[in-house]
Design a protein. Sequence first.
Length: 181
Amino acid sequence: MALKATVHRATLQVSDLDRHYYATHTLTLAQHPSETDARLMVRLLAFGLFAEERLEFGRGISSDGEPDVWLRSLTGDIEHWIELGQPEEADVRRACGRSRRVTVFGYSGRGFGLWWEKNAAGLARCTNLDVVELPAGTAEALAPLLARGMDLQCLVQDGEVQLMGEGGSVSVTPVWHQRAA
């Protein structure tokens, strides 16, 4: 018997003072059976950090060749590809060829640092690539905010992101290893 995804619903109020973006997003997140609560909340945090009107969740873990979060134009072109974790360098380069902008969003502490050391030189040629790392322990701190129905606020100011909900509040300052030109 195949395991089914767990569905979570969220209302995310985004106040991004850095980009002057303010909106409320009603979201449905499907949590693959192999996806941890912490990873799901990192997906939600990434959505809040890069929020735009047409930003949406991809099939992520359950699908190769599709990002965790993406922004597509009205014509279907991929404008922003957001990948979580430590993807293969070839997959990142392929995404850079398919999308106007790509962001790798790392969250596994020391493991991501090792990934970046290994791949930094090869990915430096990708001028449309952002590489962002959450400090160690952030993903685990986000997990208690998860519920089947969530009302969350995401505040972005001066490079710091704060995600607030009934389960508490988590503040994080992402580390940017590489920024798109």
